[in-house]
Design a binder for this molecule. Structure first.
Ligand code: UTP
Length: 476
């Protein structure tokens, strides 16, 4: 018996090799390779803490929660200090000119809610050209490279399930004009799904039911892949993190980067005021002197609905998954060097198709399996000087999560159009819209033409012949 099979046998997971003798040599190797990547001690600890004791490994809401402090945005709040925001912008611009900032996209998710056949980043989102999410980010990064005169390297985390398709997409699109040696792909870790007894589920006779270990897996994947070492060698110490589903995000935001650096923060985050108490976003809170994100489902209703003297939600800081990391923090947490190791795992109860020991396939109609995932915002309590700044939702956040309805391709397209209308109006262009700011036709502004209202005005003013804003116009 091979060592790996013995190891599984001893840990009560021998059924993973139940069909071993019927496999081809290639399949045997494949299965052994998958099995070798799994740390059975980790799985067994997670089964005891999460499934048997039902909770989140080494993180729980025990202490009293208070709302986290944040830096309010001028124009949104009377107490905001425009001078401070200007200073932060200058500081961030200076950092970008020294080439110490990398962009980082997590794109390893399975995008099940969208139901699109292919990596989510290849999904077309812009109003006219239907440019892919990846292209939108690539153009924003290229714009930053041109503005600050230094390349901004781009790290993209995939999973083994979409890695090849993602890389092939960039290759067939010539990396959207980016220098290919500045785009770094790496895969995240996988975790097996288990049943209620902690037994690993098999997707097939030769396949363990594996899924990506969550966006929080980014920290250890950055370390394991050697990306952190590469950043260090390239003089990068500041990592601008965003998710693959949000084309509105300012991938490289000098003001945000500036606040992060001015405060010598390990981890900075953007917040938007929650639109209503039940909104399904995590909330920035404070507990025992540490910042943390509490998931909407974990925030007691008495707190989520509580209002302050001004009538505002007291726990209003919604997390929109936009962060700046200090490389050192990623290095520490991603190597599991922090007390209590790295980020905690959370449990997701899901329908997991599987094959049993008799070789019978099951397509469960209700959740039968547990998946383990890490969340990137769980890094927050480990961060020194965490900074949270306010941002305008309409300028930073419109994710494509669902095929229809809220946070869908349609809502995202409309949000992009509203932004283009705002920029056009700020440049003095007259343009019709409905009450929500939506124009009666679709047009598009490429990030290479302009990526902010101010730069749009500048680029527009410089045009010798100003085109009519009409259906299908694309400003590039
Ligand atoms: P979501 O939480 O929206 O998950 O990911 P998802 O897998 O993309 O979509 P659903 O839930 O199956 O519909 C938010 C971001 O985190 C990334 C996603 O690619 C997306 O950018 N992510 C998520 C990872 O990179 N790895 C993961 O394991 C999970």
């Amino acid at each position: 018996m091979t060592d790996i099979r013995k190891y599984y046998e001893e840990r009560g997971q021998g059924h993973v090799f139940a069909h071993y003798h019927h496999l081809t040599d290639h399949q045997k190797k494949e299965l052994e390779g998958q099995a070798a990547q799994i740390d059975l001690d980790e799985i067994s600890a997670l089964v005891s803490t999460l499934i048997r004791a039902s909770g989140t490994a080494h993180s729980s809401l025990t202490g009293e929660l208070a709302p986290a402090d944040y830096i309010p945005m001028p124009g949104h709040c009377e107490t905001a200090d425009p001078g401070l925001w200007k200073e932060a912008t200058k500081r961030g611009e200076a950092a970008l000119r020294t080439g110490r900032v990398a962009a980082f996209t997590v794109a390893g998710g399975q995008g099940t809610r969208l139901g699109f056949d292919g990596p989510k980043g290849t999904y077309g989102v812009t109003p006219v050209l239907k440019k892919s999410l990846f292209q939108v980010f690539a153009e924003k990064i290229l714009a930053a490279t041109r503005i600050y005169g230094r390349p901004v390297p781009w790290y993209i985390m995939t999973s083994i399930l979409n890695h090849e398709d993602t890389v092939a997409f960039f290759e067939s699109n010539d990396f959207f004009g980016l220098s290919r040696d500045r785009v770094h792909f790496f895969t995240q870790g996988l975790m097996p799904a288990v049943d209620a007894d902690g037994k690993i589920l098999m997707a097939d006779r030769d396949q363990i039911a594996l899924s990506p270990d969550g966006h929080g897996g980014a920290l250890r994947a950055l370390v394991r892949s050697g990306s952190i070492r590469q950043m260090e060698a390239d003089g990068i110490d500041t990592i601008s993190y965003f998710q693959v589903d949000n084309p509105l995000v300012r991938c490289i935001d000098p003001t945000f980067i500036g606040f992060h650096l001015m405060n010598q923060s390990d981890l900075s985050s953007k917040m938007v005021p929650k639109a209503y108490p039940e909104e399904k976003v995590g909330v920035f809170c404070q507990q025992d002197g540490k910042a943390l994100v509490v998931e909407y489902s974990d925030l007691p209703e008495s707190l989520s609905t509580e209002r302050d003297e001004a009538g505002e939600l007291r726990f209003r800081s919604g997390s929109i998954a936009i962060h700046v990391f200090n490389r050192e923090l990623v290095s520490r947490l991603g190597s599991g060097n922090e007390e209590g190791a790295g980020l905690p795992f959370h449990l997701a109860h899901k329908k997991v198709p599987f094959i049993d020991e008799a070789g019978v396939r099951h397509e469960p109609g209700s959740p039968n399996g547990y998946k383990f995932e890490m969340f990137v915002f769980d890094a927050l309590p480990f961060a020194r000087n965490p900074v949270i700044i306010e941002t305008a939702r309409e300028d930073d956040f419109s994710p494509v999560k669902n095929a229809e309805g809220i946070d869908s391709a349609q809502t995202c397209r409309d949000d992009q159009l509203r932004q283009f209308v705002r920029w056009a109006r700020a440049a003095g262009i007259e343009i019709q819209s409905d009450e929500s700011g939506l124009p009666p036709f679709a047009f598009e502004i490429s990030p290479l033409f302009a990526d902010t209202a101010a730069r749009f005005r500048h680029a527009w003013d410089a045009l010798p012949h100003k085109p009519q804003l009409t259906e299908g116009l694309v400003l590039v």
